[in-house]
Each structure stands twice: as C-alpha cells, then as structure tokens.
Write a protein that binds this ligand. Sequence first.
Ligand SMILES: [Zn+2]
Length: 138
Amino acid sequence: MKKPMLPKAAPRGKSQETRMTTQYQGRCHCGAVRFSLYCAPISQALQCNCSLCIRRNAIMSEPYFGPDAFQLLQGQEALHCYQWNDLVISNWFCRHCGIYVFHELVQKPGHVRLNLGCIEGLDPRALAIRHFDGATLI
Ligand SMILES: [Zn+2]
C-alpha cells in the first residue's frame, strides 16, 4: 500500500497568526480504519434523508474533501464498499465493526464526504446541520 503523504499540522501557540486549518483524527469504532483530515475548522454538517442515509443516520461533512485534505492512514483492507442506485458513489464501511466511515465519488477517486461521528473530539450534533432532501432528489 502506498504510504500516505501527511500534511504537517499547523503549529500551536507559537504565533499570533490565525491558522485557518485544523488537523482532525478519525477512526471507525474498532480502530481498524484510521484517517486524518486537514481542513478549516468544521462548523457545519449535512444530513440526508435518502433511503440509505435515513437508515445509517449519519451526520456527514458538508463538503467533499480531496486528497490534499483527507488521508487514509490505515485500514484499506478493512474497508468494504457498498454501491446502489446509479453507482456514482462508493460507500465505504469497516467490515469488522460495520461503521460507515466515508463515501467517495466514483468519478473523482479520493474525494470523500465523511461520517463526522468518526472524528475524534468532534460532537456532530453541536454543529449547524443542513438537511439535504435526498429522498426527493436521488
Ligand atoms: Zn472498524
């Protein structure tokens, strides 16, 4: 497996500058799948009511993150993919603990929307949640 190129975390407490990026760590429940996310502080989230999302009940990241922001650190072999409907999205979940971790655009590999519940130290329910009407649109 190719070793992921990790971005460097912004230094803390040594500068007056406002850093616009935060490094988050995330994992599935059992820890087989681990990732890091390097992005602006997360303040918004997305929930969708399509037939898949309503069942997994995940609070997801609003944007898709590209390979510059999202790095899978371990667990490639633990990830299983579920596709449905028009197969434009790969839904990745851990085959050990069953947790949905992220989904990926088939047309843009490496671009993912994350299950924010997998991010350490982040309370997804405290975020401003936008409700996406996937049930009507998908
Ligand atoms: Zn797991």
